[in-house]
Design a protein. Structure first.
Length: 168
């Protein structure tokens, strides 16, 4: 890049390469690339690789990455949670529990998941663990319908974060 275009690569360029390799499931190559970088990786770059390790269930690289992330961001709950999920996916329950204990020891808490649903012009918000939600029966009926529709048509996307549906 320097010789061809006269540009010195910045962390953003390296992050792009790591992200591309990670998305292709090539986490070992992404890790090697990081090791050869002339500058230290940042949290964003390492976070992308950790997420890829979860997706491809790679504990080896995931452990290396999370070690660096916990040094950089000891209070970021996401790093602990993703690491424990990698262990859970591999049925390594002791390691999964160890990450949760480490979180607790460090005083790190996970922000509960939050969802919204709009029904008849009213926006309903609820959090993971909520027991009493106004219109809960109606909300669950709508959610069951959505789930059924998504699974019957085989349209469920595991990366789906938001669904907007007009129920009026």
């Amino acid at each position: 890049m320097s010789s061809s275009f006269g540009l010195t690569p910045k962390v953003e360029h390296y992050s792009c390469m790591v992200d591309l390799l990670s998305r292709a499931g090539r986490v070992y190559e992404a890790w090697d690339f990081i090791q050869k970088m002339p500058q230290k990786p940042d949290e964003i770059l390492l976070g992308a690789l950790l997420g890829a390790c979860q997706k491809v269930k790679n504990v080896d690289i995931g452990e290396r990455v999370v070690q660096l992330l916990l040094e950089m961001e000891p209070l970021n709950s996401g790093n602990y949670v993703i690491s424990s999920k990698i262990y859970a996916d591999m049925r390594r329950w002791d390691d999964c529990a160890r990450m949760r204990v480490l979180m607790k020891q460090k005083g790190v808490t996970k922000t509960p998941g939050c969802s919204w649903i709009e029904m008849e012009g009213h926006l309903h918000e609820f959090h993971a663990g909520d027991l009493l939600v106004e219109d809960a029966a109606e909300i669950h009926q709508v959610l069951d319908m959505l789930y059924e529709e998504m699974t019957v048509e085989d349209n469920m996307d595991e990366d789906l974060l938001y669904i907007g549906i007009d129920l009026s």
